[in-house]
Design a protein around this ligand. Structure first.
Ligand code: AP5
Length: 220
């Protein structure tokens, strides 16, 4: 079986986490979601979690120095089965740092998926989002609710609303995306031929089918 090294990008609410979890179930690579990693650090009360919490609660990006210091260890642990980076890199300095790290360790990226959605749609998606406390899986209160209220379909964990999913915070997260993360997509478009745009406004299953086909077509 192939070992894939992938990135998934897109604004808050694009469906990155939803698609990533389905891809992981299918292909078996590791899901390296910096948002999930940070939320686990906050929950665990670690030094990193304490430093990150205020930024996350406001919907601001966490400083590059904290993120860059933590990601290498997660990548190293995932090398044998491959990985999908979700929500990282999110600034051009993060992209430059990870590119240096990957090239130093001879870890080439196979593809970068850029999920595109209208930003009014993502506000609706996020205010209706229900998230699993255990595995981070996302549901939508109207279009994709858990089969049993309050219980995650994937791991049986408890579901709740995320602290940063209020409308005012979402607007700030979108602003952070537009000013700091969209330039990362442009950076990779200019630098590599790896960026593949995917229309994220379709049904979850249709987006998933396209992503699986694109990954399946990556040469060994
Ligand atoms: P993070 O957890 O990465 O949040 P995000 O990028 O804002 O993305 P979301 O998780 O909100 O959205 P998603 O695209 O995964 O959508 P989802 O699948 O859930 O980051 C949180 C915070 O951590 C940041 O604000 C920052 O503070 C910090 N952080 C993280 N990484 C960082 C970094 N590298 N540098 C600095 N700071 C960092 O879907 C959303 C909803 O839509 C769900 O309800 C879902 O069911 C529904 N949905 C999904 N797809 C569809 C579809 N096709 N049709 C209908 N509904 C759909």
């Amino acid at each position: 079986m192939s070992t894939y090294r992938l990135m998934i990008m897109g604004p808050p609410g694009a469906g990155k986490g939803t698609q990533a979890k389905l891809l992981v179930d299918h292909f078996g690579f590791a899901h390296l979601a910096t948002g999930d990693i940070l939320r686990a650090e906050v929950k665990g009360g670690t030094d990193l979690g304490k430093q990150a919490k205020a930024f996350m609660d406001r919907g601001d990006l966490v400083p590059d120095s904290l993120i860059n210091a933590m990601i290498g260890a997660h990548i190293q642990k995932s090398l044998a089965k491959g990985f999908l980076l979700d929500g990282f890199p999110r600034t051009v300095p993060q992209a430059e740092a990870i590119d240096d790290y990957l090239s130093e360790h001879e870890i080439p990226i196979d593809a970068i998926f850029n999920i595109q959605v209208d930003q009014d749609l993502v506000v609706d998606r996020i205010v209706n989002r229900i998230t699993c406390v255990g595995c981070g899986a996302a549901f939508h209160a109207v279009s994709n609710p858990p089969k049993e209220e309050g219980i995650c379909d994937h791991c049986g964990g408890k579901t709740q609303r995320r602290a940063d999913d209020e409308e005012s915070k979402i607007r700030n997260r979108l602003n952070e995306y537009n000013t700091k993360t969209q330039p990362v997509v442009d950076y990779y478009r200019g630098k590599t031929g790896l960026v593949q745009d995917v229309d994220g406004q379709r049904a979850i299953e249709a987006v998933q089918e396209e992503l699986r086909a694109k990954i399946g077509s990556i040469a060994d």
